[in-house]
Design a protein around this ligand. Structure first.
Ligand SMILES: [Zn+2]
Ligand SMILES: [Zn+2]
Ligand SMILES: [Zn+2]
Length: 259
């Protein structure tokens, strides 16, 4: 069995799929793979468990996947679809345990402002989230997994994707929110085993990759397998499955991979 197991807690864009009040075919689809909660990834290994992002669906995702222990949280950026489940980190701080919160300086500054009541050290009632800010300024270890921040552009913002490696082997690159992947990041993830990448919809978008743009990046990186995530209601899982080239597939909520 592989040492690193990942679970897609969510694969949807910021509004989720189905969207409130939408009658389109995907929002009305009975295919469970067309139900996409906000994007988040659970990473487990024999020695350490962490999530990348805690969006508004974080509680339901943890219940669905029976997440019982988390050693840390890593954030890609501070948009609400990635942070609003923060309050539901309480079960992972039982017994006065703190939880390390990793992010760029800018992301942590936003988290500390939005969730000031948790970070300011004054609100220490038992069982509340006890965050421990960890500014990312280079590769870092979570258990035996090395995370390398991968700067990408997400509209005007520069946000982080992450490369996960073990024993020096690059296993997975996670780029959930981006419209431009800079050359330096492409070089760093060349021929990674598994690429997880933003593919919002077919039409171009100012802050996310389209399907064609994501496919072009996949051809450049040449991973063994590419999975699309952060998907909106314009893409039907079943239709995309027949369209995508070999080695590229749509991720879906609850998908487990051993990488
Ligand atoms: Zn997002
Ligand atoms: Zn819809
Ligand atoms: Zn975003």
């Amino acid at each position: 069995m592989a040492d690193l197991r990942i679970t897609f807690l969510g694969t949807g864009t910021s509004q989720g799929v189905p969207m409130i009040g939408c009658d389109c075919a995907v929002c009305q689809s009975s295919d469970p793979r067309d139900q996409r909660t906000r994007s988040s990834l659970l990473v487990t290994s024999p020695e350490y468990n962490f999530v990348i992002d805690t969006g508004p669906d974080f509680r339901a995702q943890c219940l669905r996947e029976k997440v019982r222990a988390l050693d840390a949280v890593v954030y890609t950026h501070s948009h609400t679809d990635h942070i609003m489940g923060f309050d539901d980190l309480r079960p992972f701080c039982h017994g006065g345990r703190s939880i390390p919160i990793y992010g760029s300086r800018a992301t942590l500054a936003d988290l500390e402002r939005v969730f000031d009541f948790a970070f300011n050290g004054e609100n220490r009632f038992p069982g509340y989230v006890l965050p421990e800010s960890q500014v990312i300024d280079g590769p870092f270890l979570l258990g035996k997994t090395e995370l390398t921040p991968l700067p990408v552009f997400h509209g005007r913002a520069e946000v982080n994707g992450y490369l996960l490696s073990r024993k020096g082997a690059p296993l997975l690159a996670y780029l959930s929110d981006c419209n431009i992947v800079p050359e330096a990041t492409l070089a760093r993830i060349a021929e990674v085993n598994t690429l997880v990448i933003d593919a919002l919809r077919r039409r171009p978008h100012p802050t996310h990759l389209s399907v064609d743009e994501a496919l072009a990046i996949s051809r450049t990186v040449r991973p063994d397998k590419t999975w699309f995530t952060h998907i909106c209601h314009e893409l039907s899982h079943a239709e995309m499955e027949t369209d995508l080239p070999d080695g590229v597939a749509m991720a879906y909520d609850g998908l487990h991979l051993e990488v």
